[in-house]
Design a protein around this ligand. Sequence first.
Ligand code: ADP
Length: 374
Amino acid sequence: SDVAGKETGWLAWYADNQVQLLGWARDPADGTRYGVELEMAAVLSRLAPSFAGGTEPYALLDGDGRIVFQSGAIATGAVPVVTVPVGAVLPHWQVGAYVSGGPAGATRGTFLLLTGLQVGLFVLAIVLGGSLLLWQAHRHWKDAARKTSFVSNVSHELKTPLTSIRMYAEMLAEGRVRDDAKRGEYLKVIVDQSQRLTRLVNNVLDFSRLEQRRRAYRPEPFDLCEAVGEAVESQRTRLQEAGLRVESALPGAPCPVVADRDAVTQAVLNILDNAAKYAAGGGELRVEFSADEKACRARFLDRGPGIPPAHRARLFEQFYRVDDSLSAKQPGCGLGLSIARRMMRDLGGDVRFGPREGGGAVFEIELPREGAGT
Ligand code: ADP
């Protein structure tokens, strides 16, 4: 009566506490009914291939909740997070899905992997933190060493010219120098050394003003070639005495700029001072100019040792010296180039270094051309 009006059908039957699957078919010609009992083992063997693969574990559970088939690793006693009834053909049977890696489903392998990862992260954090602390300590130590070296260098630079000035001035004051030529020579030493003192004090003052952003600029229109030429002329004798033959290439066109003339002169003096200190052995210092519609440039080319590639990136840093040891042959405190660049950048320009073809260094001062809109 259950299947009245149907030609074929299935019935699930409980006998001996086990599900029995019965199938039937009716011959429409004479109304004869045929029945079959399906072997449960045959049904299960057909279902087996469906329980393979898949990313999350799942299982077929019989009427008593026992796992008949499973896909993936399921821990003993694990409870499915969701179950779906198979249907009327297998009443009370269910398909259950489990969560992998959860507290109940975590296998030994997953547990070890997670613990290993945690320990690894912990060690990594310690190593990274330790390296950061070491790096900071190293940086502070280097900063402190540089400042000490700066103070020693400045004191040394102040002391040397002061000693000469005092010695020659005392000799002149005591009237011990009778020879006029000698007297002139001593007076020249005094003038040169006081100029050296002025340059140093100006640099230190500029440094502290730039640091505190108190350096005020007074822009005015002038010709860059003329200002550079004037600064070179003021140093010509000193450069010649150092062993440098100064050649100035005349500018092909005017180089009009609007900038702080004192700042430009200071930058030029620092570059010339370096040429006298480090590149005198090369015997030559060439000054060139160029201008286009955007910028005007003054270039200083020497034949000294140049700057080794490893030092070029840090050349313009404060206190940076290629030979930083206190016993360095040339006096200096590593401020000249950093000040020159800071000031030219404040004025919309720059100071750059480049190696010179055939050996030596090229320092270039660039400023925006008057009216170029910078
Ligand atoms: P200082 O001359 O006081 O050391 P600077 O900032 O002026 O500081 O220069 C930084 C360093 O660059 C110098 O110590 C020197 O080693 C190097 N240097 C600068 N100009 C030249 C040059 N023309 N040739 C070779 N080395 C140079």
